[in-house]
Design a protein around this ligand. Structure first.
Ligand code: F6P
Length: 341
């Protein structure tokens, strides 16, 4: 078989490990050949390809990013987009496609599958918010990067008697904030699922200063204040209609300074969380996803996504993959709340 592979959406550590596993098992065990598509759905739209064979995947296991490139291109917002993709696949005589991505990329994969394209999906998002899988690779790396930043910020915050606000990724779900905040001993964690009361946040901050210990606030970029409690600003939209987030950390810091009179500074971790080498956990999970994805293709089991359920890799319909956003449940947030203040 000739199999196309693409990576779409925001990059995350572990993408190369998936690609390597797909190619190594696919070429080595099943004798399949591969075509890499450049920059997500832009590749098959523009017939832009990348050589993808065993030598192309040598040495990429520990490398962050994706050797195929990525983009947030949405073929369904482009005139004749899906038809162009089908024409490229036919021209190149591609038998199947492996799409590695988050809800947007897999949403496109599902629509294309419904229109007859043989696709297998691999879930990816550092936000860990895909309902159909227990974990996505990249999340553990992001949490470790954020935890290390929090550890470092503790010492400088204490020396200067400042509040330090750490803004982490997490558009709709606060998993990175929750895990990094728990692991790093945050004073308070603000997540999109739980609109925050800035007066309560300030009370936690003051309490921590009374204990002669500098507070660290971990805020997910998608966190919002409870209605009417604090003004916020909006960002631009991307091709999938998502707001480009960022800035809530600074807004929280400004409000803390105003209300408590204490100095508050912000560190926005941004894309640092997405770059660099994956943790061992992410390398193993990504590798297992890749191995199981190529098995699904080899067996002709299309329209599915590989997923982690407990410690097993299973296949779920692509329709399930994007059906439910996995948000932080109240009882998980309550575990972290024990340490607030
Ligand atoms: O969807 C994953 C993610 O990392 C989000 O946490 C974040 O909001 C977004 O991507 C950032 O996207 P971009 O790199 O396009 O700014």
């Amino acid at each position: 078989m000739l199999i196309g592979v693409l990576t779409g959406g925001g990059d995350c550590p572990g993408l190369n490990a998936v690609i390597r596993a797909v190619v190594r098992k696919g070429a080595g065990l099943y004798d399949h050949s591969f075509v890499g598509f450049a920059d997500g759905w832009r590749g098959p739209l523009d017939s832009s390809t990348v050589t993808l064979d065993v030598s192309a995947v040598r040495g990429i296991l520990p490398r962050g990013g994706t050797i195929l490139g990525t983009s947030r291109t949405n073929p369904y917002t482009i005139d004749g987009g899906p038809e162009k993709i089908k024409a490229t696949l036919a021209d190149l005589r591609i038998d199947a496609l492996i799409a590695i991505g988050g809800e947007d990329t897999l949403g496109v994969a599902k629509r294309l599958y419904d229109e007859g394209v043989p696709v297998v999906g691999v879930p990816k998002t550092i936000d860990n918010d895909l309902g159909a899988t227990d974990y996505t690779f990249g999340f553990d790396t992001a949490v470790n990067v954020a935890m290390e930043a929090i550890d470092r910020l503790h010492t400088t915050a204490e020396s200067h008697h400042r509040a330090l606000i750490v803004e982490v990724m997490g558009r709709h779900a606060g998993w990175i904030a929750l895990h990094a905040g728990l692991a790093g001993g945050a004073n308070v964690i603000l997540i999109p699922e739980r609109p925050f009361d800035i007066a309560k946040v300030c009370a936690y901050i003051e309490h921590r200063f009374q204990d002669h210990y500098a507070p660290i606030v971990v805020v997910a970029e998608g966190a919002l204040p409870a209605a009417g409690t604090m003004a916020t600003s909006d960002g631009e939209l991307d091709a999938f209609g998502h707001v480009r987030l960022g800035g809530i950390g600074q807004q929280v810091a400004d409000e803390i300074e105003k209300r408590t009179g204490k100095e508050a500074r912000t560190a926005v971790l941004g894309h640092i969380q997405r770059g660099g080498t994956p943790t061992a956990y992410d390398r193993v999970l990504a590798t297992r996803f890749g191995l199981h994805a190529i098995d699904a293709v080899h067996e002709g089991d299309f329209g599915v996504m590989v997923a982690l359920r407990a410690t097993d890799i299973v296949r779920v319909p692509l329709s399930e993959a994007t059906a439910e956003l996995k948000t932080v449940p109240p009882e998980r947030f309550a575990e972290a709340e024990v340490f607030f203040g």
